[in-house]
Design a protein around this ligand. Sequence first.
Ligand SMILES: Nc1ncnc2c1ncn2[C@@H]1O[C@H](COP(=O)(O)O)[C@@H](O)[C@H]1OP(=O)(O)O
Ligand SMILES: [Mg+2]
Ligand SMILES: [Mg+2]
Ligand SMILES: [Mg+2]
Length: 367
Amino acid sequence: MTSSNKWKREEEVAINAVLRASLTTSQVFQQLVASSSMTKSDKSPVTVGDFSAQAIVNSILAREFPDDAIVGEEDADDLRSEVEDKQQLKRKVLQLANEGLTRDVEGQNTLSKTLEEEEVLKAIDRGNHAGGIKGRMWTLDPIDGTKGFLRGGQYAVCLGLIVDGKVELGVMGCPNLPVDKAAAKPKEGDFDEVKKRTDLGVIFVAKRGQGAFQRSLTDPTLRPISLRDISAASLASASFCESVESGHSSHGTNSRIAQLLGITAPSVRMDSQAKYASVSRGDGDIYLRLPVGDGSYIEKIWDHAAGSLLLEEAGGTVSDIRGRPLDFGLGRTLTANKGVVAAHKAVHAKVIEAVAKALEEEGRGHL
Ligand SMILES: Nc1ncnc2c1ncn2[C@@H]1O[C@H](COP(=O)(O)O)[C@@H](O)[C@H]1OP(=O)(O)O
Ligand SMILES: [Mg+2]
Ligand SMILES: [Mg+2]
Ligand SMILES: [Mg+2]
């Protein structure tokens, strides 16, 4: 097998699955989140979107690669409940999953027969695998950035293929990101803008050793992407990409790191693994995810598999705050790592030095 053929079939299937799931989450966003009856505190649309997207991706993987394990964020326990609310949720998920699976998408993967309730629940529960170092497994975050999804910001459908503990393929759908990286991102909370714009929706694809690419939701042409070319000498011109949520990543520590590196540009804030994608195509240069507080939060593999490979293939280095590579072979979580630091290869070591200094100053040097 030539290197460009490696994972060809997996890539095709993963793109089709992520594309379908992205179209379905978009549909849920348009119909439920951006509807006038939606109240701010109602989190139910994201639940509908999560389950439907996981049902769609897992059904396709189960059919195409029946022997592969899946480590997915969600499970169907809630949908098996007899409570009327959950029964209603289950019916909605069944309908959306079937619509998503039977939609005509680039002439591929159409189901001959719609799924029954129990089949959809089983598909979702295929994501229960424990992970580990041996063999082939997919890891899925059906909606990463649930907060972004609810506020009309960024969110992502993230699928990675991990083989013997190494991410080999990553496919990420970002329905609210402009295809053109230079175009303005929709203003957060402006649901009408998201509804109206026709230039939103990107799928990012990376295969180990074969580069990083993007395509739109409608045109299958893959176009190469890469990080902005930055050297140690031009580090001061860099910009950070960081979480919107201060509970997910320490904004205060990031400011100090910027100061130490001579960076003055304001940080670009967005939810989800769209941060990895954004830096991968040169919109922002450094992705910092510094632990908050005592650093007890343990990152999940589905939150980093696709994004980290994309950024590496686009010319970057991804590590935790100590410069250790992310270890995807230890189960469902990244137990050997703390936080994430991602940047162009040429400046990554310098960023890690500044991270260590900033944490030391805060009395968190032990993290
Ligand atoms: N305390 C935390 N620290 C870091 N990440 C978190 C924390 N709590 C939740 N997350 C995860 O951060 C991801 C999105 O964060 P961001 O958009 O800021 O990058 C989500 O996957 C979310 O998990 P979950 O999917 O369970 O909500
Ligand atoms: Mg997530
Ligand atoms: Mg999620
Ligand atoms: Mg979640």
